[in-house]
Design a binder for this molecule. Structure first.
Ligand code: CU
Length: 281
């Protein structure tokens, strides 16, 4: 009978855990990774899942064993155990150290390695696309430098509200500052999440590996309309992106304040928002 419980406990823990440790949480798969760097984030998550699954299985198996081994039964008398002799103290310290070094220390090492080598290592060069983003309640303003390559000049290109176009297989560096309150730019498919803060420029970069349309979500609770603060990330082929940019340039040049500098359309964000690109390093 007790062996039956043991086997059941072990089965439950072993059947339960592969679901946690393979690229999914409780059977819900991660969104498709469409970036060159997303696998690094997934690697950290998978490592945490795997180690926790192993430790959790051990704890559940141990509890199951002790419950059965020391159950109440005729001829078996309980003893009072204070648990403060040397063996218990050493065992507790060892277990704490095991958890600390196998989870905290490793995750810290992985995270800083990836940040230094990749996420904080901003690409430079002529092929890099620079984009400025100014989120507001409850939309995304997206700005490109235009033909002169400089921001905060007359030929800047402002995309239609909440539409971000980028070319595939191209490094994209984004600088971001919030218009009103704290927002956060979140594209699960890119494994990118970055806060946008009023009065401060925050930066991130990514490179998309395939074309398509993906959701930009605001991941900082920013007001009543937070839930509907969605944007579209449209990843075009390089040719399609250039075509789109050309169309935007022509529209920007020919628009000449048809709608009153679009103040009403963007809810208070002036048409000439933007800042001089801030050099990194
Ligand atoms: Cu928001």
């Amino acid at each position: 009978m007790s062996r039956g419980f043991m086997i059941l406990g072990i089965l439950l823990t072993t059947v339960f855990h592969p679901a946690v440790s393979h690229a999914s949480i409780w059977g819900m798969p991660f969104p498709e990774d469409i970036s060159t760097n997303g696998h690094l984030i997934d690697g950290v998550i998978r490592y945490i899942d795997l180690v926790l699954a192993i430790f959790f299985s051990i704890v559940v198996a141990a509890i199951t064993y002790f419950i059965i081994r020391y159950r109440s039964r005729p001829g078996h008398k309980a003893v009072y155990e204070t648990g403060n002799n040397k063996v218990y103290v050493i065992a507790t310290i060892l277990m704490g150290a095991l958890v600390f070094f196998s989870i905290d220390a490793v995750v810290e090492h992985m995270a800083f390695r990836d940040l230094n080598q990749v996420f904080w290592n901003f690409p430079t060069g002529a092929n890099v696309l620079k984009v400025e983003v100014m989120p507001q309640q409850f939309a995304w303003n997206i700005r490109y430098a235009g033909p002169d390559g400089n921001f905060s000049t007359d030929d800047d290109i402002v995309a239609p509200l909440s539409q971000m176009h980028v070319p595939v297989d191209t490094p994209v560096v984004v600088q971001m500052s919030a218009f009103d309150v704290v927002h956060a730019f979140y594209v699960p498919h890119l494994r990118i999440k970055q806060d946008a803060v009023p009065g401060m420029v925050t930066t991130f970069w990514f490179q998309a590996t395939r074309t398509g349309q993906f959701e930009i979500a605001c991941s900082a609770l920013c007001g009543n309309g937070h839930y509907k603060m969605r944007g579209s990330l449209i990843i075009d082929t390089k040719e399609d992106f250039q075509k789109w940019l050309t169309v935007q340039t022509q529209e920007a040049a020919s628009s000449d304040d048809v709608w009153g500098e679009s103040e009403s359309a963007t809810g208070g964000v002036p048409a000439n928002w933007g800042w001089i690109w801030q050099a990194k390093n």
